[in-house]
Design a protein around this ligand. Sequence first.
Ligand SMILES: [Zn+2]
Length: 112
Amino acid sequence: MAVVEVRCPDCDSLNVVKYGKQPNGVQRFVCQNPPCKRRTFLLNYQVKPNPPATRQQIIDLALSGADVHETARLLSLPQDIVLEVFQQLSRFSLPTGNPQARQSRRSRALAG
Ligand SMILES: [Zn+2]
């Protein structure tokens, strides 16, 4: 029988016990090291966060005009990860249109 050593990802303590399962059946653990702020954790997370370098590569390709499919192919990433970054970018996109026209409309609105 293989024994897997489970350590808390925050404090690296071995003072860890099983703590039920996720709805998808993945074993959950709890850290019992008193000073540790981390309570429950999973041994292997299903979705790993994007490293900043990958995120920057996605942004660079998006700014150069690549679409989700092309970006995913070029970076060998799943399309849903690329799409998530694109959606985050779209929340911060600047309004389109002529900034002077907007300014003049605003001036007229203030004057009138
Ligand atoms: Zn801990």
